[in-house]
Design a protein around this ligand. Sequence first.
Ligand code: CA
Length: 81
Amino acid sequence: MQANPNFKPIELYGDHLQGGRFGTAIAGAGDLNKDGFNDIIVGAPMSENDRGAVFVYHGSANGIDVMFKQVCSCHIWRNFV
Ligand SMILES: [Ca+2]
């Protein structure tokens, strides 16, 4: 397998507080804002004083915008068994 010569790594800006575990999970989210470009979500399960948060990044014609556009924080703990 040959590496893609057009691949460029990016650094996402999000929760860089030590211990937040930003980037523990990353997933495609479809086109959340309906602009025609796919978006991604990044989890930080220990941010927000260990309550956890999900950061939303929008896609664009130039790739993923490295600044998050939305943060969904978890303020209620529930156990689903
Ligand atoms: Ca989008």
